[in-house]
Design a protein around this ligand. Structure first.
Ligand code: CA
Length: 677
């Protein structure tokens, strides 16, 4: 409707977007000025509350001309058994209705009249339980959804973000393959099953995670998303879930019965509880930056125009690349994001949040998010993608960009610097990186090693991506070499190293992850890479079938040595605080690079973690990477060195071979780790 009013020619659009980029910081766009007199509602009890006095509805929609609430017996079929008129409260911009009964087991939708037209029905933006496919909100008794022992349930304590080791996984990837031995394939309950194994007898599921030693799983979107038809699960439709529909209810296809609104709630909690009992925290991937639909989104059907950003000509702006972007700088949207993550933290005991395209949000919102979450759980870990997927009306200096991470507190960003430097650029499958023999990326790898903090020996001007030390602390950086996006590590290595033997690719994978896990900051890995999983070369597998996405767990026996290397690497990091320094000053003081002329000897980096760095039991740790396709020799100063890892193998920790210093050769694509006790 608004769009028709503002139908603009391209030239007007260009002029409008130019004016956006030249207006002073925090100036209001013409579009935003219409919301100046919108009252906001500060409470966290919007839309539905059930108490001793009955069932109460309260929808925030300040410019609606009328609102009704429809009540249903069923989650997706049949007509309303009652339609309640709602009363407007101008002070808060909310519409209210109450009934004296507790309507547990019933469903509801709102209908909003705006600009003389009744909009389509919506479950609202605060539905915490929904019917199948999320079209109607459900009224359930949450106290009956808690697993046994829930009140004492707690995630792992985190003193410093650098102590966290993140394992990014999709529910179906983890369990769908027949080799998983898991009964509840593709479900939240998959991670509650213990004692599951592959046909070869290797541990899978939660036992596998414990064996590997990661501290946190990061679950891909698990709120109710749009793309999978929950009434037709036998179709086995796969989707990553970056198409949000109901932000505050779990996705139905991951439950054993999407038609029963309580089941998905209970089963997700059971998953969290099982992980917590195993000492593993749960990070949820959240996508507040856009909605699956534009005009048909629940945001638009409750308060048209408000929750999304638009250009001044009235068109949706699209920094998400998915058709729209939300407007975190507007009070009610900011509160929405904050209240939503608080709700997941409190009701589901979620331990951390990964913000998709975080730079679509403003830094002020992200700071409030972290501050509020820390009040609930001091171990809360918040990080995100410090970039957008397109231009935005939000001024650059307000965006939660990677380059602005130092304007934020208790928020970390992904280091795409290290990611692309290690394995080659993500946009070019054939491109190689430091760990696969491409010269010239040494300085960018060093930026990753020091977690993008200011370091006297790192020249940021020579970095491939960011040109200044953007992180004030290693706690602001998540280091990784791959994630669900783009080619997974195995596929990237197979494409960029085609023609080389498989062993070289396995060696390069080990080297790549060794760089990540020994670097300062928080390490992050993509599920299954510890068993050399692939995705058959598909780089954007968001809706590919399980045959592409499911991890073949028989790989664990096939690549057992590879898995053991990952396990040892994680153990090394957990046992040695030198890899997990907490401040930039400590890194500058204790992390010392050896002088190597990268022009003459490319693909070689050597550094020491000195003087019991961060209270480490070891006096000095030497870390050397050879990313070349040939062996390279380094000269290590004399000392009573013990060999921790060499040529793709860890040694027995109590029985490390001794090395007196001097010349030592590194195999192609390998890391050498030495220590002085
Ligand atoms: Ca859904």
């Amino acid at each position: 409707m608004k769009l028709n009013l503002f139908t603009a020619s391209m030239s007007i659009f260009v002029a409008a977007s130019l004016s956006v980029t030249t207006v002073p910081v925090i100036a209001q766009s013409n579009y935003d000025s219409q919301f100046v007199d919108y009252p906001t509602y500060p409470g966290d009890d919007l839309e539905l509350k059930v108490d001793a006095a009955g069932t109460h509805f309260r929808l925030w929609s300040p410019k609606a001309q009328d609102v009704v609430v429809n009540l249903y017996d069923n989650g997706h079929t049949g007509s309303a058994f009652s339609t309640l008129p709602m009363k407007f409260d101008a002070a808060t911009g909310t519409w209210t209705a109450s009934v004296p009964e507790k309507l547990y087991g019933k469903y509801y939708t709102f209908k909003v009249k705006h600009d003389g037209k009744w909009l389509a029905e919506t479950p609202g933006v605060w539905a915490k339980a929904v019917g199948v496919n999320g079209k109607r909100a459900a009224i359930i008794d949450f106290s009956k959804t808690n697993p046994e022992g829930w009140s004492a349930d707690k995630g792992p304590e985190v003193k410093n973000f650098s102590d966290v080791i993140v394992y990014e996984m999709h529910h179906r990837d983890m369990s769908m393959h027949p080799s998983s031995g898991i009964a509840n394939k593709g479900k939240f309950l998959a991670l509650t099953e213990t004692g599951t194994t592959t046909p070869e007898g290797e541990k899978t599921g939660i036992d596998h995670l414990k064996e590997l030693g990661v501290t946190h799983v990061h679950i891909l979107p698990s709120y109710d998303y749009n793309s999978v038809d929950e009434t037709n699960l036998q179709n086995n439709t796969y989707n990553w879930g970056y198409d949000p529909q109901n932000y505050n209810a779990p996705e139905g296809s991951y439950s054993t019965n999407p038609s029963d609104p309580s089941t998905r709630v209970r089963e997700m909690k059971e998953m969290v509880k099982a992980l917590h009992d195993a000492g593993i925290g749960v990070v949820m991937d959240v996508v507040y930056n856009h909605t699956a639909e534009n005009d048909g989104s629940n945001f638009e059907l409750t308060v048209p125009g408000y929750y999304h950003r638009h250009w001044d000509d009235g068109r949706y702006s699209d920094a998400s690349g998915c058709g729209n972007e939300t407007a975190s700088e507007r009070k009610q949207m900011r509160d929405y994001i904050i209240n939503s993550v608080k709700y997941w933290a409190k009701e589901y005991h979620i331990d951390g949040f990964r913000f998709d395209l975080m730079a679509i949000h403003d830094t002020e919102t992200m700071n409030e998010v972290a501050e509020e979450l820390k009040k609930i759980n001091p171990s809360m870990f918040v990080y995100g993608e410090g970039w957008t997927a397109g231009d935005s009306p939000l001024a650059k200096d307000r965006r939660a960009l990677k380059e602005n991470v130092s304007k934020m507190t208790d928020i970390a960003v992904f280091s795409d610097d290290l990611r692309d430097a290690i394995k080659g650029h993500y946009t070019d499958a054939a491109d190689r990186g430091f760990a696969t023999g491409k010269p010239g990326l040494e300085e960018t790898v060093k930026i990753g090693i020091v977690a993008a903090t200011d370091h006297p020996q790192v020249n940021f001007a020579k970095g491939n991506n960011s040109k200044f030390p953007y992180a004030k602390s290693p706690e602001m950086i998540v280091n990784y070499v791959s994630c669900h996006d783009d080619l997974c590590l195995t596929d990237k290595l197979r494409k960029s190293m085609s023609g080389e033997p498989e062993k070289n690719k396995l060696d390069a994978a080990k080297l790549a992850q060794t760089i990540v896990f020994t670097s300062q900051g928080t390490p992050f890995m993509f599920a299954g890479e510890e068993v050399f999983r692939d995705k058959k070369g598909v780089h954007n597998s968001y809706k590919s079938s399980d045959s592409i996405n499911a991890i073949d767990w028989s790989n664990k026996a096939r690549y057992r040595e590879h898995f053991d290397y990952y396990k040892d690497l994680i153990k090394l990091r957990k046992e040695h605080p030198a890899f997990r320094m907490a401040s930039a000053a400590d890194i500058a003081r204790h992390l010392v690079f050896d002088k190597i002329d990268s022009e003459k000897t490319p693909n070689l980096i050597s550094y020491s973690l000195k003087d019991h760095a961060n209270g480490d039991a070891w006096k000095e740790i030497k870390v050397i990477f050879n990313g070349a396709s040939k062996p390279q020799t380094v000269n290590v100063k004399k000392g009573k060195w013990g060999v921790v890892a060499k040529d793709g193998k860890f040694t027995e920790p109590d029985n490390a071979p001794l090395f007196p210093g001097g010349k030592i050769e590194l195999a192609p694509y390998s890391a050498l780790i030495l220590r002085i006790q």
